[in-house]
Design a protein around this ligand. Structure first.
Ligand code: MG
Length: 406
């Protein structure tokens, strides 16, 4: 057996997922090597990582930071790149076998499509790309035969329930696999921790600091707020539908505060499969890198006898309207999931800046959704235009609401 070393480009290397990916790759030595790093705007940190790992390329998503990056990499021989062009170059590079996509928001859409077009594996953590552009991303993967593996723990759990065990060569083929999934799966059940406020009655006075204090997962700021509003689970429901090709009415959500069962799949014969482990993103990251192989673990052993009871309950959509808005957008389809994602990103940013109350996040998202008809089939450019119109409209709305509440 000849094992070829896999060369990995990490988009979003200075964020929570990026840093954990670096830990996983260090653990998987010598089978994997980092050859490119991309940060949103943390120039000092991406330059430090690039020097330490002696990568070929380092890039910043925001072009304005290129001179600073060039300066920081002077004399190292590492190529400094920036913007969509630079990111696409890394995604298409012959020095890249796997792209780990963990850049915030949808700015990683273009390099994701380029990598898939070049038939490279994409391990995707950025659910926003699948939520807003999932149809295009999955179609590109299908066209070129590229693999796309989820890093999101819930989608990884579902993927593991469906494909994490040995299957015949025929059913491992992507098309056959999706077909079998549609036929055999009756329900997909996403679990949600419920976030820090699930047991709280009054959500009107939630502060930013309280919202950023997640009980079971240590993550970036945007996703932590999304977990507190339950929008994160709504985005994952859309992500699941797009990624696995499952109809919206077969996707359900259960509150499971312990975050041990990461999601479940019910098959038509009545059997439920679940994936369990202590909450640690390094496990789904490792799975996305090594699939279909299972390599020795980096994460702590899950000893069920040492954990307390595992509990499950139906979500409360009245107190957490974001989840209901996302499930409705999923059912309506068309441009709605893209608008939901765009409006939510703006509203969360406004909340983090102190310009919006916690309970105004769903109000703003609902307002933006009412402004758009679902519409039928759109081109990628049309969809990108809708995303930016939704962003601008929501920005204006947040400013107006912020003035009133200050
Ligand atoms: Mg998740």
């Amino acid at each position: 057996l000849v094992v070829r070393m896999k060369r990995v480009a990490i988009f979003g290397s200075t964020g929570a997922i990026g840093r954990r990916t670096l830990e996983v790759i260090a653990h998987l030595q010598p089978g994997f090597r980092v050859t490119a790093l991309v940060a949103n705007r943390n120039v000092a940190e991406v330059a430090r990582q690039a020097r330490e790992l002696k990568v070929r390329y380092a890039a910043v998503a925001d072009e304005r930071n290129l001179p600073e990056l060039e300066q920081a990499l002077r004399g190292t021989g590492i190529r400094a790149l920036a913007g969509e062009t630079g990111m696409n170059e890394i995604a298409a590079s012959r020095d890249t076998d796997i792209v780990v996509m963990a850049l915030a928001g949808t700015q990683g859409l273009s390099p994701t499509l380029v990598a898939l077009e070049q038939r490279k594996r994409v391990a995707i953590a950025t659910k926003e790309i699948i939520v807003a552009y999932g149809d295009f991303v999955m179609a590109q993967a299908k066209r070129s035969g590229a693999e796309i593996l989820p890093i999101d723990s819930e989608l990884s759990a579902i993927h593991q329930c469906l494909h994490g065990c040995e299957r015949s060569e025929a059913t491992r083929r992507e098309a056959t696999r999706r077909e079998a999934t549609r036929r055999e799966v009756s329900r997909i059940i996403l679990t949600a921790s419920g976030g820090p406020f699930y047991r709280r009655r009054d959500l009107s006075r939630i502060t930013v600091k309280q919202a950023l204090n997640h009980p079971t997962w240590d993550m970036g700021r945007k996703i932590t707020v999304d977990s507190a509003t339950l929008m994160n689970k709504g985005l994952e429901a859309i992500e699941t539908a797009r990624y696995f090709g499952i109809e919206p009415n077969r996707i359900e959500v259960l509150i499971h505060p312990q975050s041990i069962v990461h999601s479940l799949v019910e098959f038509r014969d009545g059997s439920l499969l679940a994936q369990l482990a202590l909450p640690d993103m390094r496990l789904p990251i490792q799975y996305a890198l090594t699939y279909p192989q299972r390599l020795p673990r980096l994460v702590a052993e899950t000893r069920l006898e040492r954990l307390g009871p595992l509990t499950f309950s139906a979500p409360d959509l009245k107190r957490f309207p974001c989840l209901g808005l996302a499930l409705k957008a999923l059912r309506q389809g068309g441009v709605k999931p893209c608008v939901l994602n765009s409006a939510n990103a703006v509203a969360v940013e406004a909340f983090l800046d102190g310009g919006l109350k916690f309970t105004q996040i769903p109000e703003v998202v609902a307002w933006a959704l009412r402004r758009f008809e679902p519409e039928g089939a759109l081109t990628l450019d049309e969809l990108r235009l809708h995303e930016s119109v939704a962003r601008d409209l929501t920005l204006g709305r947040c400013r107006a609401m912020g003035r009133n509440h200050r």
